[in-house]
Design a binder for this molecule. Structure first.
Ligand SMILES: O=C(O)C(=O)C[C@]1(C(=O)O)C=C[C@@H](O)C=C1
Length: 398
């Protein structure tokens, strides 16, 4: 509703295009009261339908020979809803405002259907925490974990419903703890990627109150954050001891207990840990972005635009083994959106390769490409399929 209360001759235009004469405050507020009444009734009607959706999912999960898929959180459906809201919205509320209102509507809807717990790389104040909150809202329960491994453990042991882990940064590359966990063990982990999330990341240098930058003796952070701020560190923290810790918020927690210590983390940690901001936006690349994964026991069903992450090993004694494996994907017309490798840890110069491709593992073209890949690899692990959330301006392949 657009309004101009400063001018008594102006009008208020409702979404339906009705024109209202500007009235006194009491009349306007009574109109808001009546709209709130309708909103509450509509939200509850929506919530009742959602409860029935939950019951239908449980029923579907217990009949037929198909694998149970009674997941409440459905990234593919949520993407459809958010995209539709963008089309439906004609303002004056900006679409991100509408979408965050619906984030809370769906958060409440999820927790009405079932108690949902989310493990994230903690403590509170990490970027992973921000992502967990952006994806799941206020109505679910959060459980901070000390390390990325512990997030995987919590999901694998089903102590929590879902987990959130960082995967890769636009400047500093893959988060090796996450890649290593995906390929640890003799068989694939019993978790699957359900969703991806891109977060614009801006770091701050936090210090204890009253500490000047020249008094800093030690700086704590996660290796990724150090990697994303190399130019700033070279210019401003020469000779200062750098200490790697499990997360950026853990860095803030440690710095808060130590004279002459600082942390590189989100500026939100200042309030959480009683520190003050010495410098903001210290990342080297101004479009610094980190991609996160939401993991659970299975992937979601296909959406209109999915990605699939696979890891594999090849026999290095065989000339062209990696090339042959990748050629299979070309033969199947599959586009690659990421390729990476990690030492397998099994023997020197033996690697796990990671490829991300367009499409969902449950569709015929991706499924047959993965089958074809198996013929050229020692070990193929499908780590999950998820709706693509890559910002539209950068949606191409490699
Ligand atoms: O459509 C579903 O599967 C639902 O559970 C409903 C609903 C919603 O509130 O719209 C809730 C949670 C899901 O993540 C997606 C949608």
């Amino acid at each position: 509703m657009a309004q101009d209360s400063s001018n008594s001759n102006s009008t208020i235009t409702t979404v339906q295009g009705q024109q209202h004469a500007p009235s006194d405050l009491a009349t306007l507020r009574s109109r808001i009261d009546s709209l709130d009444e309708s909103l509450v009734a509509l939200l509850n009607e929506r919530a009742s339908i959602s409860v029935n959706i939950g019951l239908a999912k449980q029923k579907a999960a217990t009949v037929g020979g198909l694998p149970a898929d009674d997941h409440i959180h459905r990234p593919s459906r949520e993407k459809q809803i958010y995209d539709r809201l963008e089309t439906l919205n004609h303002g004056p509320l900006p679409t991100p405002a509408i979408q965050s209102i619906f984030r809370e509507v769906m958060s409440a809807s999820i927790s009405l259907q079932r108690t949902t717990t989310i493990a994230f790389l903690g403590p509170r104040g990490t970027y992973t925490h921000q992502v967990a909150y952006a994806r799941f809202g206020d109505s679910v329960q959060y459980v901070a974990q000390g390390t990325i491994d512990e997030v995987f453990d919590a999901v694998e042991s089903r102590r929590v419903t879902y987990g959130v882990v960082p995967f890769e940064n636009s400047k500093f590359g893959s988060v090796v703890q996450t890649l290593d966990r995906f390929c640890a063990g003799a068989s694939a982990p019993s978790v699957q990627i359900r969703a991806e999330h891109y977060l614009a990341v801006s770091h701050a240098l936090l210090v204890n109150r009253g500490t000047g930058k020249s008094q800093i003796k030690r700086v704590y952070s996660h290796p990724q954050a150090f990697g994303q701020c190399q130019a700033y560190i070279a210019r401003n923290l020469r000779g200062v001891e750098q200490v790697n810790v499990a997360s950026t918020a853990r860095a803030a927690e440690l710095a808060a207990g130590e004279e002459g210590a600082a942390a590189i983390c989100s500026s939100a940690c200042a309030g959480l840990f009683g520190l003050e901001v010495a410098d903001e936006a210290i990342e080297d690349a101004k479009d610094n972005t980190t991609r996160f994964f939401i993991i659970g026991d299975t992937s979601d069903s296909p959406s209109a635009d999915d990605r699939t992450l696979v890891s594999f090993t090849v026999d290095h004694r065989q000339a062209g083994a990696l090339c042959d494996a990748l050629a299979v994907l070309k033969e199947h017309g599959i586009n690659l959106t990421k390729i990476d490798s990690r030492p397998s840890g099994q023997r020197p110069w033996h690697f796990f390769f990671f490829i991300e491709m367009t499409g969902h593992m449950a569709t015929a073209d991706v499924a047959s490409a993965i089958e074809g890949l198996k013929a050229h690899c020692l070990d193929v692990r499908v780590l999950g399929s998820y709706p693509s959330q890559r910002p539209k301006a950068d949606n191409g392949g490699l």
